[in-house]
Design a protein around this ligand. Structure first.
Ligand code: G1P
Length: 274
């Protein structure tokens, strides 16, 4: 039912300089697969096969990655290495990939708005590939959220508890529990200082958005850091309609930080040995 997933991927990845000087941060590999590949896998497993990327200058490697490389295929065809491409090849055949650009870095809200032509007036998923999520005991995080969407048909955002001293790195929400692990959002602040934070429930990079978010984003003024914040638009949406925050099952690695990236690498390496 939800077909499209938008991947905002225009950010510079300054925390990984100099590597990200000439390489999109979404292409940094956890073992042998780039971060963006994990995000696309998650969306596909959750039933979405229309992948929309909002990229920027210097991100062409993303387009090449989700395309066939004839020369390479030809070179390794019939050799022992052929299987190394089979996973990405199958992904390419199962999905549609569309790309648009965010010309100026005006924030996550603006990036999502730029993805509007890639959706078709239907609700859609959003995955921030920096947030690498895994769940060993069942559905992946986006698939968990799809289940909730199917029941409530409103915007669903994913949240997790973080230590109080880290709230200023995230969008922070508060509201009333409507089910175990499901909160009707009443307040939401982008990167508050710990004294002003409404809770320690932090938004993680998985969203299912209803299409009215676009009209709201068009009218959302620049907020924190002079950027159009998705969090601000979501608060307006929560006031007009219902927005639910879901405490997902699973683990999230902050691959936008070197520490989280290494942690994810170690996790997947250990898993690969089993
Ligand atoms: C973005 C969102 C923030 C959210 C975070 C999750 O921030 O603006 O609300 O908590 O992603 O990773 P960013 O990390 O891009 O600054």
């Amino acid at each position: 039912m939800l077909q499209t997933c938008i991947f905002p991927a225009a950010g510079y990845g300054t925390r990984f300089l100099p590597a990200t000087k000439a390489l999109p941060k979404e292409m940094l590999p956890i073992l042998t697969k780039p971060l963006i590949h994990y995000g696309v896998d998650e969306a596909l497993e959750a039933g979405m096969d229309n992948m929309g990327f909002v990229t920027g200058r210097g991100k062409r490697a993303l387009e090449d990655y989700f395309d066939i490389s004839y020369e390479l295929e030809h070179q390794i065809s019939g050799t022992k290495k052929e299987h190394l491409l089979s996973e990405i090849r199958s992904l390419i055949h199962r999905c549609t990939f569309t790309f648009t650009r965010q010309n100026e870095m005006r924030g996550l809200g603006d990036a999502v708005l730029k993805g509007k032509p890639l959706t078709s007036d239907e609700s859609f998923g959003v995955i921030l590939a920096d947030d690498l999520c895994v769940n060993e005991e069942g559905l992946n995080v986006m698939a968990q959220m799809v289940k909730i969407y199917e029941k409530y048909r409103c915007t669903i955002i994913s949240v997790m508890e973080v230590p109080k001293n880290q709230v200023s790195n995230y969008g922070i929400i508060n509201g009333n529990f409507v089910e175990e692990d499901l909160i009707m959002v009443h307040s939401m602040v982008e990167k508050p200082n710990p004294k002003e934070a409404p809770s320690n429930l932090a938004i993680i990079g998985r969203y299912i958005l209803t299409p009215d978010i676009f009209g709201i984003l068009e009218n959302t003024k620049a907020g924190k850091n002079g950027e159009i914040q998705l969090t601000d638009a979501l608060l307006t949406q929560a006031t007009n309609n219902m927005v639910l925050a879901y405490k997902f099952k699973g683990k999230r690695f902050d691959c936008g930080s070197v520490e989280g990236f290494v942690e994810a690498t170690n996790y997947f390496y250990k898993k690969s040995l089993c």
